[in-house]
Design a protein around this ligand. Structure first.
Ligand code: GTP
Ligand code: SPV
Ligand code: MN
Length: 590
C-alpha cells in the first residue's frame, strides 16, 4: 500500500484485507496534521456534510446533522460476539463470532465504492503512557475523522509508539446507506475487534469511545486486573489547596458532564473551593504503586449533551463549545450563523433550521434541537480542566459515587457499609431511560454501575471483578456512595436544586472518607442527617430535605423484590457475596 504511515505488518495486513472487502476508491491515512484536517473540513463543507459556523462568534466550529433515523446509540442492535452466549451474559445481545463476521462482511462488502477510506491511528490516553492503548479506526466518514481527532489522540505518533506491536484494537466503520434494519454495532472482545455498519452517530461510530474504551476495555481490564468504567473524574480543591478526587458513574444523560465541571456555589467559591475536571464520561482505573486506586480519562474531548447546557447549569461546558467544536443535531440560527438548543436561553432564533434540516418555527411547540443533540469539544477548551488531565499515572480516587435518575426511592445520598456492600449498591442501580439511546424515555430499568449497555462480558463476572479489585485494594480502597439528584415532589418538580449545589453533597462524601462527617445508620447504608448537609443559601424546606434524606422501608421492601428478580438472571454467575448482601438488606428491612 502506498502512502501508509507504518510498516507494522499486523496493521498493513488488516487494512489491506479490509480494503479488499469494502473497495474504496482512495485510501487516506490520517497523520494528524492541521493541514490535512483543514482540507478535510473544507471538503466536508463543500459536500454539505458540515456547515461552517460564524467564524467570529464560534471560531473553528461546525454543524452536522445526522440522518433522522440515526440520532442515538442503538442498544438492541449492539452485539457482544463472544464464542459462547454465556460469555456475553444475560444483559448483552449476543451473536456467534463466525456468524456475526459473515453477516457484517456481507453488509460492508463493496460499501466504500465511490468513497474514500480514512485510516485513523488513535490512542486512548496520552500517547505512549503506560496506561494508554492504541486503536485503528477505518471509516468512510469525514465527520467521524474530525470527531475522533477531538475525542482521542490521533496521528502518526501513535503508530511510531506502537512500532511493530500487535497490541491494538481493530475498528471498521461503514456508513453504508444508514439503513436502520441493517445497523449493527458489534464487539469481538476475544479479537480486539469492533465493526459498526449503517450508522453515522456518536457512540455508534466513534469507536474509541463506548465500543473500545468501555466494551473491549472492560474485558481487557477483567483479564489484566484493572477497570474500565462509565465514570466522570473530578478533583475537589479545598481552601488549603488540597485536591481530593472522586469518580462517579451515572447512566447516559444523567449528569456526569454537569458534575465533572461544576462551579461551587458562591459561598464556597468565596472560601476558596474549586472543582477541576479530569474527565466526563470514561475512567480507566488500576491499583497504583502506593496501593490506592488511580484513574485516568482515556479521552481527549467531551461528547456532551447540548440541551439544558447554559450559563447557569454548566458555564464550563458552554465555554468549552465556543471554539473548535462540532455540533450535532442542534438548531441552526440563520440570522447570525450560530447554533441554539432547548435550555440554552429564553430566546430561540426566529429564522432557524431544526435538527432535521427543516425551517423551524419556535412557536409551534416542536423541539428545534434533538434531545440527544451533542457538542464535540476539545478537553483543553474547558476552563476548569485539571492540571492532571494529561498525567500518565492519573489521579488517586478517594470516593466512588453511583447515581441514577429516580423520581422516588433513592435518597439524595448514602454511603455503603464497606466495599462489598458498595459493589451491591452499584449492582442494584436503576435509572429512568434517556434520549441517549433509541427507544422509550423515562422507563425505569436496572443499570448496574451505569454499565449495562457497555459491559463487554458477563455482568455477573463483572460484579466478581469489582469484588476482587476491592480485595486487592484492601483498606486503601475508595469509599463507595450513591446519589440521586432527581427526586420529584408531588407536582413533578425536582426537590434538590442540583448542578453547582451538588457540591454540598460532595463535601459530605469527602468528609465521610476522612471520618469527619456525621451519618445515621439505616437499612440501606449511612445517610446524613439534615444538619449534616450545608443548605445555606439554597431554597429547600426542612420537610423536603428530611424527605430526600430518609428511607421508606415499605418502598425498599418492594425494591428488594425487584432486586431479587433482577439477580435471578445471573444464575450461578452471581457472586455469593452479593446474594448475601441482598439477604442482609432484606433482614434489615424486616
Ligand atoms: P452522557 O454523555 O450521555 O454519558 O451523559 P452525562 O451523564 O454526561 O449527562 P449530562 O451531564 O450531560 O446531563 C444530562 C441531563 O441531566 C441534562 O438534561 C441536565 O440538565 C440534567 N442534569 C444534570 N445534572 C443535574 C442535576 O444536578 N439536577 C437535575 N435536575 N438535572 C441534572
Ligand atoms: C452515552 O450515551 O453514554 C454517551 C454518548 O456518552 S455516546 O457516545 O453516544 O455513547
Ligand atoms: Mn456516556
Amino acid at each position: 500500500m502506498n502512502n501508509a504511515l507504518t510498516n507494522n505488518k499486523s496493521i498493513l495486513d488488516w487494512v489491506n484485507e479490509k480494503i479488499d472487502l469494502v473497495k474504496p476508491d482512495k485510501v487516506v491515512w490520517i497523520d494528524g496534521s492541521e493541514e490535512q484536517l483543514e482540507a478535510l473540513r473544507a471538503e466536508a463543507v463543500a459536500t454539505g456534510e458540515m456547515i461552517k459556523l460564524n467564524e467570529e462568534k464560534l471560531p473553528g466550529c461546525y454543524l452536522h446533522r445526522t440522518a433522522i433515523n440515526d440520532v442515538a446509540r442503538v442498544e438492541q442492535r449492539t452485539l457482544i460476539c463472544t464464542p459462547t452466549k454465556e460469555q456475553a451474559g444475560p444483559t448483552n445481545n449476543w451473536m456467534e463470532p463466525g456468524e456475526a463476521y459473515e453477516m457484517l462482511y456481507n453488509i460492508a462488502r463493496d460499501s466504500y465504492k465511490g468513497r474514500t477510506m480514512y485510516v485513523i491511528p488513535y490512542s486512548m490516553g496520552p500517547i505512549g503512557s503506560m496506561f494508554s492503548k492504541a486503536g485503528i479506526e477505518l471509516t468512510d466518514s469525514i465527520y467521524v475523522v474530525l470527531n475522533m481527532v477531538i475525542m482521542t489522540r490521533v496521528g502518526k505518533e501513535v503508530l511510531d509508539v506502537l512500532g511493530d506491536s500487535n497490541d491494538w484494537v481493530r475498528g471498521l466503520h461503514c456508513k453504508c446507506d444508514i439503513e436502520e434494519e441493517n445497523r449493527y454495532i458489534c464487539q469481538f472482545p476475544q479479537d480486539n475487534t469492533i465493526i459498526s455498519v449503517n450508522s453515522g452517530y456518536g457512540g455508534n461510530v466513534l469507536l474509541g469511545k463506548k465500543c473500545f474504551a468501555l466494551r473491549i476495555a472492560s474485558y481487557q481490564g477483567k483479564l489484566e486486573g484493572w477497570m474500565a468504567e462509565h465514570m466522570l473524574i473530578l478533583g475537589l480543591e479545598n481552601p488549603e489547596g488540597e485536591v481530593k478526587y472522586i469518580a462517579a458513574a451515572f447512566p447516559s444523560a444523567c449528569g456526569k458532564t454537569n458534575l465533572a465541571m461544576l462551579i461551587p456555589p458562591e459561598i464556597y467559591r468565596n472560601k476558596g473551593y474549586k472543582v477541576w475536571c479530569v474527565g466526563d464520561d470514561i475512567a480507566w482505573m488500576r491499583k497504583g504503586p502506593d496501593g490506592r486506586l488511580w484513574a485516568v480519562n482515556p479521552e481527549n474531548g467531551f461528547f456532551g449533551v447540548a440541551p439544558g447546557t447554559n450559563v447557569k447549569s454548566n458555564p464550563n461546558a458552554l465555554e468549552s463549545t465556543k471554539k473548535n467544536t462540532i455540533f450535532t443535531n442542534v438548531v441552526h440560527n440563520l440570522d447570525d450563523n450560530t447554533v441554539w438548543w432547548e435550555g440554552l436561553d429564553k430566546n430561540p432564533p426566529m429564522n432557524a433550521v431544526n435538527w432535521k434540516g427543516e425551517p423551524w418555527d419556535c412557536t409551534d411547540g416542536s423541539k428545534g434541537a434533538h434531545p440527544n443533540s451533542r457538542f464535540t469539544s476539545p478537553a483543553i477548551n474547558c476552563p476548569c480542566i485539571s492540571s492532571e488531565f494529561e498525567s500518565a499515572q492519573g489521579v488517586p480516587i478517594s470516593a466512588i459515587v453511583f447515581g441514577g435518575r429516580r423520581a422516588k426511592t433513592a435518597p439524595l445520598v448514602y454511603q455503603s457499609r464497606d466495599w462489598v456492600n458498595g459493589v451491591f449498591v452499584g449492582s442494584i442501580m436503576s435509572s429512568e431511560t434517556t434520549a441517549a439511546a433509541s427507544g422509550a424515555v423515562g422507563v425505569l430499568r436496572r443499570d448496574p454501575m451505569a454499565m449495562r449497555p457497555f459491559c463487554g462480558y458477563h455482568m455477573g463476572d463483572y460484579f466478581k471483578h469489582w469484588i476482587e479489585m476491592g480485595k486487592e485494594l484492601g483498606d486503601k480502597a475508595p469509599k463507595i456512595f450513591n446519589v440521586n439528584w432527581f427526586r420529584l415532589d408531588d407536582e413533578g418538580n425536582f426537590i434538590w436544586p442540583g448542578f453547582g449545589d451538588n457540591m454540598r453533597v460532595l463535601l459530605w462524601i469527602l468528609d465521610r472518607c476522612e471520618g469527619k462527617a456525621n451519618a445515621n445508620e439505616t437499612a440501606i447504608g449511612y445517610i446524613p442527617g439534615i444538619e449534616d448537609i450545608d443548605v445555606e443559601g439554597i431554597d429547600i424546606s426542612e420537610e423536603n430535605l428530611k424527605d430526600i434524606l430518609s428511607v421508606d422501608a415499605e418502598i425498599w421492601r418492594e425494591e428488594a423484590k425487584g432486586i431479587t428478580e433482577f439477580y435471578e438472571m445471573f444464575g450461578d454467575h452471581l457472586p455469593a457475596e452479593l446474594a448475601n448482601e441482598l439477604e442482609q438488606l432484606k433482614a434489615r428491612l424486616g
